[in-house]
Design a protein. Structure first.
Length: 258
């Protein structure tokens, strides 16, 4: 069995385990409920009802997809270590890097399936409410999936060397800061201190720029989206997730499970 086949086997098993996770279904249910609540919120406004509906819908999909990525992702490695099944798995001809990558791709596929379910609910509710649906909406959902790919890699990185509680706090904090990194750099650029400007620029370069994956305004308001608005964030997500997974693998291979 080749390395790719071993990764796919672990990924498939991870998908089956994640699908049985009750938290996953609970969060998806609340996401769909919140998307439906957008209809009620939109009905309270006399203007831009469709935009309010779709703003709420995209926010629900993004927040709950990230929540699933954090709460399920941080337990992928810890569960195997806590149950001591990690020794059985690694006693077989499976490299630690293959194990970690299999876990990553398995959870990522599961999350993309959940985003597809939530996206289908978003489409149905938008059609029932008479809200327009365009290519921009598909692009916005695609970038949510790319953002989740980055978040899952970060969750795996922290779970490779710390406890689930700390990993969840670190990942959630990094996600929040990632959506504010552009604003922090802009504020730092206005500072008279050269140290502050360099520090905020360094933070922006190191931390993920998650605001690059947010096309909600463009989709909800029917604004034109250039090809670069989609291609560049996708390339950025691939590159950033790859670097984080390299770091996670390096740490995981040196971890002592005794």
């Amino acid at each position: 069995m080749s390395g790719i086949e071993r990764i796919l086997a672990i990924a498939g098993n991870t998908v089956r385990e994640a699908i049985r996770h009750r938290v996953l279904y609970t969060l998806v249910f609340f996401a769909l409920a919140l998307i439906g609540t957008g209809v009620l919120l939109a009905s309270l406004s006399y203007v831009e009802r469709e935009r309010i509906l779709q703003d709420v819908g995209f926010a629900a999909i993004r927040v709950f997809a990230v929540a699933i990525a954090i709460f399920v992702g941080i337990h992928l490695v810890h569960r195997e270590v806590d149950r001591r099944t990690i020794f059985t798995i690694l006693s077989k001809p499976i490299a630690r890097s293959e194990f970690l990558l299999g876990k990553y791709f398995g959870l990522l596929v599961t999350l993309w399936l959940q985003i597809a379910v939530m996206g289908a609910g978003f489409v149905v509710i938008s059609m029932l409410a008479g809200a327009p649906l365009e290519v921009a909406h598909a692009a916005a959902l695609g970038l949510v999936a790319a953002e989740v790919a980055v978040v899952v890699s970060v969750a795996l990185l922290f779970s490779a060397f710390t406890t689930p509680m700390l990993a969840s706090l670190f990942t959630a904090g990094l996600w929040l800061i990632g959506h504010l990194s552009r604003d922090l750099r802009a504020l730092g650029a206005q500072s008279e201190s050269d140290v502050v400007r360099r520090a905020t620029e360094a933070v922006y370069r190191v931390l993920p720029d998650l605001s690059a994956f947010d096309l909600t305004v463009h989709a909800a308001r029917g604004l034109e989206i250039a090809a670069s608005d989609v291609v560049m964030p996708l390339a950025y997500a691939f590159g950033y997730a790859t670097l984080v997974l390299f770091a996670a693998t390096w740490i995981f291979e040196r971890r002592d499970f005794r």
